[in-house]
Design a protein around this ligand. Structure first.
Ligand code: BEZ
Length: 209
């Protein structure tokens, strides 16, 4: 199944390193990050899962629950978590799905047979409290993801939703945002009292609220 932005993230039940879960129950009203990695006990994945654990506080601040997945089993995950904690100096608290029968991987299209025949690639979805898919990224096995970028996108998603503005290239929290082309400059001046900076009629900035 191919999932696209705006689709409802499908629910599933799965075995994980912290016990059996129902995905929707696990998420509750929170945002979610669901990410796959190729295999346990591999070097890049070890750094990625460590980086995610190191960002636990950042995810919590943003009301985001994190869930990892690979096609290895629960006992393998538990043993590997000890290594991640030891080598990355973290405490992995989030669950890792043991998707040995590939049910979740197939549901979320995490297996790309022309890239890696049997395992999952590095895909990541951000899911909103409405269970809609807000971000999909897929990296090759050779490239560890940048979790600063994931946090940056979540900040943008949470800031911009139905606000009449978007975030420009390389935007970071606190920087100016761009006003939607659907809003006239006159309307924008009313809506954004902190000021409107117009470079072109279609390219207008305002300080982030
Ligand atoms: C890694 O995590 O280092 C890795 C995993 C699968 C294929 C290649 C690299």
């Amino acid at each position: 199944m191919s999932i696209k932005l705006g689709d409802t993230a499908p629910n599933f039940q799965a075995k994980t390193s912290i016990g059996d879960i129902d995905f929707y129950e696990f998420l509750g009203d929170s945002w979610g990050v669901l990410f796959s990695h190729p295999a346990d006990y591999t070097p890049v994945c070890t750094t990625e899962l460590g980086a995610t654990a190191a960002f636990q506080g950042e995810f919590e601040k943003r009301n985001v629950k994190v869930l990892a997945l690979s096609v290895d089993g629960v006992e393998s995950h538990k043993g590997w978590i000890k290594d991640i904690n030891e080598t990355q100096n973290v405490d992995v608290q989030y669950p890792i799905i043991a998707d040995e029968n590939r049910e979740v991987s197939n549901l979320y299209d995490f297996i790309h047979p022309n890239a890696i025949a049997t395992a999952t690639v590095r895909s990541l979805l951000v899911i909103g409290p409405d269970k809609k898919v807000k971000l999909i990224i897929t990296y090759p096995a050779s490239t560890g993801r940048n979790f600063h970028e994931i946090i940056r996108v979540i900040d943008s998603l949470q800031l911009t939703e139905n606000q009449g503005f978007s975030t420009p290239a390389n935007w970071k929290q606190g920087e100016d945002v761009v006003i939607s082309p659907k809003i006239s400059t006159e309307e924008a001046k009313q809506k954004f009292p902190k000021g409107v900076r117009e470079l072109k009629p279609y390219l207008r900035f305002t300080p982030a609220p």
